[in-house]
Write a protein that binds this ligand. Sequence first.
Ligand SMILES: Cc1cc2nc3c(=O)[nH]c(=O)nc-3n(C[C@H](O)[C@H](O)[C@H](O)COP(=O)(O)OP(=O)(O)OC[C@H]3O[C@@H](n4cnc5c(N)ncnc54)[C@H](O)[C@@H]3O)c2cc1C
Length: 461
Amino acid sequence: MVAASQHPNITLMTYSEVEEVKGYVGNFNVKIRQKAKSVDHELCTGCGVCWEKCPNMVINEYDQGLSARKSIYIRFPQAVPSKPVIDRQHCRWFNRDGRCGVCSEVCQAKAIDYLQQDQVVDEEFGAIIVATGFDLFGNENSFAEYGYGTLPDVISGLHFERLSSASGPTGGKIIRPSDGKEPKSVVFIQCAGSRDDAKGKSYCSRVCCMYTAKHAHQVLEKIDDAQAYVFYMDIRTPGKAYEEFYRRSVNDGAVYLRGRVSRIFSKNNSMIVRGEDTLISKQVEIEADLVVLATAMVPGFDANIVAGLVGIGSDKDGFFEEAHPKLRPVETHTAGVYLAGTCQGPRDIPDSVAQAGSAAVKVCGLFSADERELDPITALVDEAICSGCGICLSLCPYKAIDFISVSASMAGVSFQREVAAVNEALCQGCGTCVAACRSGSINLKGFTNEQLLAEVEAVCQ
Ligand SMILES: Cc1cc2nc3c(=O)[nH]c(=O)nc-3n(C[C@H](O)[C@H](O)[C@H](O)COP(=O)(O)OP(=O)(O)OC[C@H]3O[C@@H](n4cnc5c(N)ncnc54)[C@H](O)[C@@H]3O)c2cc1C
């Protein structure tokens, strides 16, 4: 990120959101809201005095609630640029009619600007790469049988990441959330929500086997006399040196139990994990100080909104859909829009980076051509019979249809009326508009009713 921020051809727009995307390949017009940071980043030196002195403590979402942050803060330690924003929802200045202002008083650079407003900018782009990432499945109600949300020492893999991170709230010391003590027995449960048709997602989240092996390894490495148990369905290690890494965690002493956990309940200051070891066909009970759930990767909470904004499709699970899973895995059906990373489906960092590189090269290829070939099968509106009802506009997944004004006359009177018009650069020939058009005024080129009937007739002859 630091390299990207320093590159002369890259403009980094942090704390910003895309609000509208218009146009088509080579000519995208994007409206971006740059949210008010309440800090002038041109003046701010990132010295940190403001957040040191800020009197207001807020739960730190990034640390999964394991620590507190200030109202003026940097979201995470490696953030670029390393300059703060004010969280207006919690800042005393904004919530107590200006009765605070400590950050402004201590800022030598005079960078605090409480009156800063959101700015909406319009930018032109030739192509778009969507890389909006993933969320994790589940809330406190999703894994009631595991006590997630009720037992404080049942946590998610992401929670564990913050606990074991050297730059995390505990400096990398693995502790139990309930009492801050080092856990001696840690149970990991894989496929929490993945490969679960009944209550979760049917797909495999692909990264959990490896990060659980990493977590088990960390427990055994960092805690003296610790035990790590992993409940699994199958171990999937389809990456370079992944199998070796998993074996290393087994050789370190991690105990892998093939089977599902049926219940977790608390008992005498610790927990009992009851499950089945299907390899010996026996019920097992393990006393655990900490339980870590490898929860499923799911599409970002606003994936639907992003898909609608950019005009791309989603698959049955809500991940953005590629044009072809084997032949065009980073392209979408919308020309000029590409995908990178977990917004397309679960994957780890090496795969996300490879896909991002591939998307970047596709964009370079697009820009290096003087002309672009379009698919000949696009929709065409017969203006004479289009009623201008607009149904096709609302249904088109590629935002390829718009109204245009055309001249018409009736009983000798001339007037203007609105009819649908298809932008051939955006149309992907999906036929949704054709099926929906009540007046029958839209057809796919080469596939009019007359042409189809003529084909049928020729075949029958
Ligand atoms: C517990 C856990 C441990 C893991 N450990 C490993 C590991 O050890 N090794 C490994 O290789 N992989 C690991 N992974 C997988 C790894 O996290 C992902 O492969 C990686 O984060 C995917 O990167 P991404 O850029 O696709 O998505 P993300 O990391 O989710 O990044 C997406 C970014 O887009 C931003 N964004 C989202 N929506 C918008 C919007 N509308 N506008 C602007 N910005 C937006 C988000 O804020 C975020 O910064 C782990 C995953 C989990 C859950």
